[in-house]
Write a protein that binds this ligand. Structure first.
Ligand code: NDP
Length: 255
């Protein structure tokens, strides 16, 4: 009986950056919970292959390739999706990038690209989708934040800065949109093995540090982020708003 709380049948979910990594796992999870999926990424071939994988698993999937950092592309894509498929009930702002360099040498262009994708991408895609949600007086937005909004780390200052902004975007949108029956929450993953950090995982010293620093004693998997997303996308979380749920093996809880 309580499982119906998490049922997403009849809902349309757009997951940005879902051609691989955490986003692909989130799309699969939302699809398995019943949602019709719209998957996204920039590289059309990778996106088609992800969509094919999800279809092969019996899920209803549409592919929408666009760059979340381009406001006009976001508005056009949302217009197309809503005209051709239907109203977007659930938006997961997952697309994100990371660039690493010492702060004093960080190239201005790389800094701007991180903010463009990680911050502008969340702002403008949420804006395009929220217009319809406000009109319908219903919606769920889940922003993929990071423990990087809480914990500084050398060489990724632009990334942690961007994730701090996404944390406050989540709270600010809650303050403004909650009265329209829209819930905006965040998920802050800890260290999860994906393309984003595969070089760090392969680095024994760094990987050992993650294992020692994380109370769970290990890296997380993409599948371990899924439950939080289904919760925040479903009616089980209808009175949860502006919250950041840490899925981090305890790393933000302990020194
Ligand atoms: P990956 O690098 O594995 O995947 C990123 C996805 O985003 C890809 O599908 C990529 O496709 C897409 N993407 C990147 N830029 C854009 C863009 N401009 N427009 C549309 N899609 C884009 O990353 P992860 O799965 O590791 O990360 C997903 C999210 O989780 C990010 O926001 C990240 O910051 C966050 N996160 C990850 C952690 C981790 O340990 N992995 C920890 C904490 C947070 P394409 O390149 O084809 O566009």
């Amino acid at each position: 009986m309580p499982v119906t709380l998490f049922d997403l049948t009849g809902r349309i979910a757009l997951v940005s950056g879902s051609s691989r990594g955490i986003g692909l796992a989130l799309a699969r999870g939302l699809g398995e919970a019943g949602a019709q999926l719209v998957v996204n990424g920039r590289d059309a071939a990778t996106l088609e292959s992800a969509a094919g994988e999800l279809r092969a698993a019996g899920l209803a999937v549409h592919a929408a390739p666009f760059d979340v950092g381009d406001p006009e592309a976001c508005a056009a894509a949302v217009g197309r999706i809503e005209a051709e498929i239907g109203p977007i009930d659930i938006l997961v702002n997952n697309a994100g990038i990371q660039r690493r360099a010492p702060f004093v040498d960080f190239p201005a262009e790389a800094y701007r690209e991180v903010q463009r994708v990680n911050v502008d991408g969340v702002f403008f895609l949420a804006q395009a989708v929220a217009r319809g949600m406000v009109a319908r007086q219903r919606g769920k937005i889940v922003n993929i934040c990071s423990v990087g909004s809480e914990l500084g780390r050398a060489t990724i200052v632009p990334y942690t800065t961007s994730k701090g902004a996404v944390r406050m975007l989540t709270r600010g949108l809650c303050a403004e949109l909650a009265r329209h029956n829209i819930q905006i929450n965040g998920i802050a993953p800890g260290y999860i093995g994906t393309d984003l950090n595969k070089d760090l995982m392969a680095d024994k010293a760094f990987s050992g540090w993650v294992e020692a620093r994380t109370p769970a004693g290990r890296w997380g998997t993409v599948e371990e982020v899924v439950g939080a997303c289904i919760f925040l996308a479903s009616r089980a979380s209808d009175y949860v708003n502006g919250h950041i749920l840490y899925v981090d093996g305890g790393i933000t809880a302990a020194l």
